[in-house]
Design a binder for this molecule. Sequence first.
Ligand SMILES: *Cc1c(COP(=O)(O)O)cnc(C)c1O
Length: 375
Amino acid sequence: MSQTPPNTFQIPAKLLPLDGRFGCGPSKVRPEQIEAIRQRASSVMGTSHRQAPVKNIVGSVRSGLEQLFSLPDGWQIVLGNGGSTVFWDVAMFGLVQQRSQHLVFGEFSSKFAEATLAAPHLGDPVVISSEPGTHPTAVPDASCDVYALTHNETSTGVAMQLSRPRADGLVVVDATSAAGGLLWNPADVDVYYFAPQKSFASDGGLWLAACSPAAIERIRQIKATKRWIPASLDISIALDNSVANQTYNTPALATLIMLDDQVQWMLNNGGLAWAAGRSSESARILYDWAQARKWASPFVSNPAQRSNVVGTIDLDGVDANQVSAILRSNGVVDTDSYRKLGRNQLRVGMFPAVDPADVEQLTRCIDVVVEHLTA
Ligand SMILES: *Cc1c(COP(=O)(O)O)cnc(C)c1O
């Protein structure tokens, strides 16, 4: 081990990425998104969300997302305050009729299952789990009216191909870190929900859900049963506000501006295929690099389940926390693993805003840091 305190090691400037943000949410915000706020500093910021300037941005976000996801007629983008964690409660009140089935393969997927387990108005959920680093498969079950899938498990870096179980029941997908960075087909899904601080490079605190006609019918059915639902968690109220390009209560305006800018950026460059292509290019660079190092390997052993948006790399013979700390002291931040996973690991956000060339530079930085630590 080197005698130099590890966090004083200076990475040569020519190896540094242009932008050193590799977090998994909040994640890199492009400078143009900040500029978009500045341009609306007095025309939108500090103005009413019930008036045209803000409503037009919400409308632009909603129609932009419809276009980005190629949503068929009858789908709606619904939004409300609280982020994806609050959406689990929203879904527990307004989408699950009696019982849900959950694929649990990490921290985030387990939390929705905990929410439905705790709900006094629902039957105990069916939980199908698998080891971290893999994902389970849904099992058709006539007693389940919701299948809760996770497109990308951010805590482990496992992505799953979405498909509809051969059964009735809504397919409700946590796409918080996947939406905008991974491909999906609306035919396989009823509710695709997310928050804007990951692939959409915006800020947290908002939830958005693309809802199929079947999902909208379910929302109306449950509402008609007079189930007690707190108004701030009532998706039927959120839906009514969303179609009017509003939210039930006041949203963060800067979040909406940055989200809108990111959606338009994706559309102007070629849409979801282009955005997903950037993440896939970054992922190829990261995983190929790890496989070519004796001391690094992709945590997810099945290449088909490796995420293009969240890369998890196990290190061997070198302390990943020390590597992350040195990177951080050089302005290359948030490569730490998900703490509860408890592995000697780096985790790299490769959302579309991240330049694949910067992922390449990151791998060069890690090389010199590891060389320094093991010298
Ligand atoms: C980040 C994340 C969440 C939590 O999102 P919040 O907006 O912080 O509530 C939920 N699920 C997944 C898959 C995530 O990546």
